[in-house]
Design a protein around this ligand. Structure first.
Ligand code: PEP
Ligand code: MG
Length: 757
């Protein structure tokens, strides 16, 4: 069964159209279950009817011609209830309905399983048999398993089919749902950026200029050959002649008469070099993988390795000459800081990532840059988006491909509205941020990329509550030296002086892995992360802290923040190291005093230890992104559980209140620098709880300021009182929405999923 499933999933994933996929499924399932009939009905999104889409065993002429209302017949019964139905005497079931012309007359046994993708009923998978028999438990289990597996495949193929129907580039529209990553609407041209050196993820694309592609391929091939010859020469004396002979085999594989030649021929037919290379290599890798003999099967690894090397050179060259469209929508399987850095900022209007969720670091970066983003768009046919019109709706987490002119006009209107609102809010830039009855609330920003500094200043930020130092580390190909760090930190401190700048020590691990310091773990968010890494590598920590202290010379606006602290010992160890750094820099002639130090409260244990931690430092800062993920046990990166990731969950809010009380009880200030601080609707709650500063991405500052200045502290305290005892984030949101409506602030905050945490 596993083998049948694997074959179905793999073949269907590679199918060009949805119809091909469905036909293959009915054929395979009928054969695997040895039934007379296998049929798929799919729900039509507009009419909601169940359309007879593919069959093996019934009248194929009716495919696409016939449909059932959503509750009609046995198929409708299965779809409406979302339950399996197994009958040995189908005709006697109350919902049975004979449709003339389908050819069902002689089938007594019926089994139907609903096809459901993320709670969305997509259709029904049916098998039928003329003999009257009840399908066994095992057969039931098989059909349920097939339909569960197929749901994702069909959802994906549905979109792919819509996008690619027939011609290579169709004008069909499609809409894919993901998770809101960064608010706003971006309209532009899709550009797919394949992950570096991944043969499996290269899009098929027509060659712009065949000769140039051929030249590029030959160039890359020659470079790989040179590399192999160098390695072969270096290892000449260390390998046995038999092992050494492998290098000649590699060179032969790349030869014009073998794979190299096949790739070249494909390029000549009009495929671009990377696409041709990938297609030929995948075909041969699969061929080797299927071989009986284990030695030959293992050669698949060599072929993959050679292909990857050639691809790397091709991609290097492409990057150097890449021409980004004026309105680029960057599409990637996983958007990384370095991929973002490649697109000139003025050309980047939207981001779509197949992986990740609303609090992944890619989303946080996009928000910082003010670029609309959708993450977790897992069903996106990413390699077919090239050069198509793509709209990124970062409010609702949707991606529209080739939208109709009418829809496009509506999106353009939204873009204009957003622009007008920004202009309206811009006048608040220099206002003193306080509520109408005088409660002060300083708004700080989170920074990390260069663009943040400018945006922060344009939006009137009063300080930096979180400078994510790791982003600079992510953009390099090695650890920056102490002096390089000093210069970077100096720029950041100078840009805001005399306003405070809170620099967090390196927080790698989790979803932030440095290319030159890979951390591969099964559970990265529960693994070697943040302070755990830097305490194990004091040389990294010491260099960073020294660089910060030196950068602070003569400015005095530095604050240092420690990430992922889960206990007092970690803090004390860090403080000892920091004191040591301070003594060292003083000895080198620097004179600035020891800066304020703070702890991030983002691990549940730190909530319970907040008093002990606060007593040992100058301030606390709540990392609500991680705190939410750890308190609710919901991976912040996983789109599948995005609905469960609720920063306004009563448990999270109760932790926030406890942290504020602990900090104030110890006479220390407390800020919040997770994304919740930038959610305009959450702001009244945070004010009422007593936070001393809110730190957010620069994009959110104007909207949050508008809310602070419109409400009173009394309103905020009223809201806090009302949410006590509530049991769900939904209920909390309803209370918060009510205040926003009362002050007619809705238009500054789109009240859709997009602005929710
Ligand atoms: C947080 O966890 O809330 C936080 C601010 O840090 P990061 O998002 O970088 O993990
Ligand atoms: Mg964090």
């Amino acid at each position: 069964m596993i083998e049948t499933l694997r074959k179905i999933v793999q073949t269907v994933n590679e199918a060009d159209t949805l119809n091909d996929a469905l036909n293959f499924i009915v054929h395979e399932v009928r054969a695997a279950m040895q039934t007379d009939v296998c049929t798929i009905y799919l729900r039509d999104r507009d009419s909601q009817r169940l359309v007879f889409r593919a069959t093996e065993g019934l009248n194929k002429d009716k495919v696409g011609q016939f449909s059932l209302a959503s509750h009609e017949g046995l198929v409708g019964w299965v779809a409406a209830r979302g339950e399996l139905l197994n009958l040995d005497d189908a005709m006697n079931h109350a919902s049975f309905q004979l449709v003339p012309g389908l050819g069902e007359e002689t089938f007594n046994s019926f089994m139907g399983a609903p096809i459901i993708h993320q709670r969305d009923p997509l259709g029904v998978l049916v098998v039928q048999q003329s003999a009257s028999r009840r399908f066994s438990d095992d057969e039931e289990a098989f059909l349920i398993t097939v339909s569960a597996q197929l749901a994702a495949v069909i959802a994906h193929a549905e979109v792919t089919g819509a996008v690619s129907s027939g011609d290579a580039i169709s004008e069909q529209t499609a809409r894919i749902t993901g998770v809101p990553g960064s608010p706003g609407i971006g309209i532009g041209t899709g550009v797919f950026v394949s992950p570096t050196a991944d043969l499996m993820a290269v899009a098929s694309r027509p060659a712009g200029n065949r000769k140039r592609e051929l030249r590029a391929f030959r160039g890359a091939l020659a470079r790989v050959r040179d590399d192999i010859e160098v390695v072969a020469e270096n290892l000449k004396d260390e390998l046995s002649p038999e092992d050494h002979a492998l290098f000649s085999v590699y060179l032969t594989i790349l030869d014009d008469s073998t794979l190299g030649g096949e790739v070249a021929s494909l390029i000549k037919t009009g495929e671009w070099a990377q696409g041709a290379l990938s297609q030929v290599m995948i075909q041969h890798i699969r061929h080797f993988e299927r071989m009986e003999h284990s030695y030959l099967r293992e050669r698949a690894v060599d072929v993959r390795d050679l292909g990857t090397r050639v691809l790397t050179y091709l991609q290097d060259e492409e990057r150097a000459v890449r021409d980004w469209p004026e309105n680029t929508i960057l599409v990637a399987e996983e958007v990384t800081a370095s991929a973002l850095g490649e697109v000139p900022r003025e050309r980047l209007v939207g981001i779509v990532s197949l992986r990740g969720s609303s609090n992944s670091h890619a989303a946080i970066l996009a928000r910082g840059m003010g670029v609309p983003a959708v993450l977790g768009a897992a069903d996106l046919p990413y390699n077919r988006l090239e050069n198509k019109t793509v709209v990124v709706d970062g409010y609702n987490g949707r991606v529209h491909i080739n939208p109709h002119e009418q829809a496009l006009a509506r999106f353009r209107m939204l873009v204009n509205e957003d622009r007008a609102l920004s202009e309206e809010l811009a006048v608040l830039r220099d206002d003193y941020c306080q509520t109408r009855d005088g409660r002060r609330m300083p708004l700080w920003v989170n920074t990390g990329v260069n663009a943040d500094v400018q945006r922060a200043q344009e939006n009137g930020a009063e300080g930096v509550g979180l400078y994510r130092t790791e982003i600079t580390f992510l953009l390099r190909d090695r650890f920056p030296s102490e002096e390089e760090q000093r210069q970077l930190y100096r720029e950041q401190l100078e840009a805001f002086a005399p306003a405070p700048v809170t620099m967090r020590t390196l927080d790698i691990g989790g979803d932030k892995s440095l290319p030159y310091f890979p951390i591969n773990e099964d559970n990265p968010f529960l693994g070697w992360r943040g302070i755990r890494v830097t305490l194990d590598h004091p040389e990294i920590f010491l260099a960073q802290v020294r660089a910060m202290l030196k950068a602070n010379e003569g400015l005095g606006n530095l604050r240092i923040l420690l990430p992922m602290i889960s206990g007092v010992e970690e803090l004390e160890e860090s403080l000892v190291l920091m004191e040591r750094c301070h003594e060292e820099v003083l000895a080198e002639g620097y004179s600035e005093s020891f800066p304020p130090v703070g702890v991030m409260i983002e691990v549940p244990s730190a909530v319970y230890l907040a008093t002990a931690l606060a007593e040992r430092v100058d301030f606390l800062s709540v990392g609500s992104n991680d705190l939410t993920q750890y308190l609710l046990a919901v991976d912040r990166n996983n789109a599948r559980v995005a609905d469960l990731y609720q920063a306004l969950h009563p448990a999270v809010l109760s932790a926030l209140q406890a942290i504020v009380s602990a900090a104030h009880g110890a006479g220390k200030t407390v800020s919040i620098c997770g994304e919740l601080a930038g959610d305009p609707r959450a702001v009244p709650l945070l004010i009422a709880m007593g936070f001393d500063q809110l730190s957010m991405s620069a994009t959110n500052v104007p909207r949050v300021k508008k809310v602070v200045q419109t409400i009173t502290e009394r309103d905020a305290l009223g809201v806090l009182a009302k949410i006590q005892g509530l049991h769900s984030a939904e209920q909390v949101m309803a209370v918060l929405d009510e205040l926003i409506h009362r002050y007619e602030l809705d238009r500054f905050i789109r009240l859709d999923k997009g602005s929710r945490q």
